[in-house]
Design a protein around this ligand. Structure first.
Ligand code: AG3
Length: 282
């Protein structure tokens, strides 16, 4: 096998790796924050890699982005004002803007280069970037959350890298307490929360810290994500009110929003946790 034709993400803590056959490297850049590589792959379309970790592929990002956006938005009684922390590739933003009730989305991404490269290499994720409801701020999401006015935001989506490097401070009780303060009465927070197979040591503390920060209810959603470590991934929701009470199930069932993965039955199914997960939370 010619190793030069494969991109491999090694997951040390999982003792495993995932490879994709590549056609060519399209871009390689060290920004002020991180190294960003873009590849053209044989079967996964374009691939964005940050500091050696797969961020997204054209082929399977729809699962992740739809599961980040729609369960959270349907779990708020009336999501109008939305903030995305990270999410520079704009895939989550595109999904959020599919909701007609949303009047304003502020995306706070630390590294403007992620967005500029997404516009170039993932134009399909950036189709809604000129939507008048979308606002872009390139800066530190942790600091933004510390200084934002209280009670103004309906939904916060944290679409970040793993909890190492610049994203580390996004996985802390202090950050969740700021999110809780910035959210309105029925506010909902969602954060990407890694692999249930490899990262219970991240998911479990995250859930506890969200509760300690004042959130009344926490739900972890399970879904496949073939290009991430173990191929199995989660997003964790935190609600200021019980999420089963604020979930707009009829809206999810009868929605006109076009999706490829998410629907109301998938939403329900994604909430069903495996046995080891219940045991780990005890
Ligand atoms: N979300 C990246 C999730 C973490 C991936 N981890 C990994 N490959 N080890 C940001 C990109 C999607 N908007």
């Amino acid at each position: 096998m010619d190793r030069s034709q494969w991109f491999t993400e090694i997951c040390e803590e999982g003792g495993s790796a995932f490879s994709m056959k590549i056609r060519e490297k399209l871009h390689d850049e060290q920004t002020a924050f991180q190294r960003i590589e873009i590849y053209a792959t044989e079967w996964f379309g374009n691939l964005m890699v940050i500091d050696g970790f797969v961020m997204l592929t054209a082929r399977d990002n729809f699962i992740y982005h739809e599961m980040m956006a729609h369960p959270a938005l349907f779990s708020h009684p009336s999501p109008e004002n939305v903030v995305i922390i990270g999410g520079g590739d704009c895939g989550t933003l595109r999904e959020v803007l599919k909701h007609a009730r949303v009047t304003h989305v502020l995306q706070v991404e630390i590294d403007e280069r992620v967005t500029r490269l997404a516009e170039e290499f993932f134009p399909e994720l950036c189709v809604s970037n000129n939507d008048t409801r979308a606002e872009f701020f390139f800066g530190d999401g942790i600091r933004w959350m510390q200084t934002a006015d209280p009670g103004n935001v309906d939904v916060i989506l944290v679409d970040s890298t793993d909890p190492i490097g610049p994203a580390e401070g996004l996985y802390t009780e202090a950050f969740y307490a700021n999110c809780h303060r910035v959210l309105g009465d029925s506010g909902v927070l969602v954060q990407q929360s890694e692999s249930p197979l490899f990262h219970m040591d991240i998911i479990n503390p995250m859930r506890k810290q969200m509760q300690a920060a004042g959130f009344a209810d926490v739900q972890t959603l399970f879904f496949p994500q073939p290009s991430y470590p173990s191929g199995w991934w989660t997003a964790t929701l935190a609600g200021k009110q019980p999420l089963s009470e604020t979930y707009r199930e009829q809206d999810a069932v009868h929605t006109h929003i076009k999706t490829s993965y998410y629907n109301a039955a998938v939403h329900q199914a994604a909430l069903t946790a495996p046995e080891f997960f219940h045991k780990a939370l005890e």
